[in-house]
Ligand binder design. Structure first.
Ligand code: TRP
Length: 76
């Protein structure tokens, strides 16, 4: 099962390759706005999910992003 309580059980991983990488969560629904900004320093790792509150994320800075769809290096 991929969903429970409307929340995807899937998660993604972001590993910062430099200081000051921002992971920005955008709200779900008609109003698309930033609701959370997490700042990661080099080597820090964040694991997160898409939730009923978060429909999209924006990553600013050099980071490795791992999802079940593949890996993205924002530096390349
Ligand atoms: N309170 C947020 C939520 O439940 C926490 C969160 C989940 C989040 N995924 C995120 C914050 C991705 C930033 C980016 O939706």
């Amino acid at each position: 099962m991929d969903q429970r309580n409307g929340i995807s059980q899937d998660f993604f991983v972001i590993k910062a390759k430099e200081n000051g990488v921002h992971v920005i969560g955008l709200t779900r629904g008609m109003d698309t706005r930033f609701h959370h900004t997490e700042k990661l320093d080099k080597g820090e790792v964040m694991l997160a999910q898409f939730t009923e509150h978060t429909s999209a994320i924006k990553v600013r800075g050099k980071a490795l992003i791992l999802t079940r769809h593949g890996a993205i290096d924002t530096d390349e």
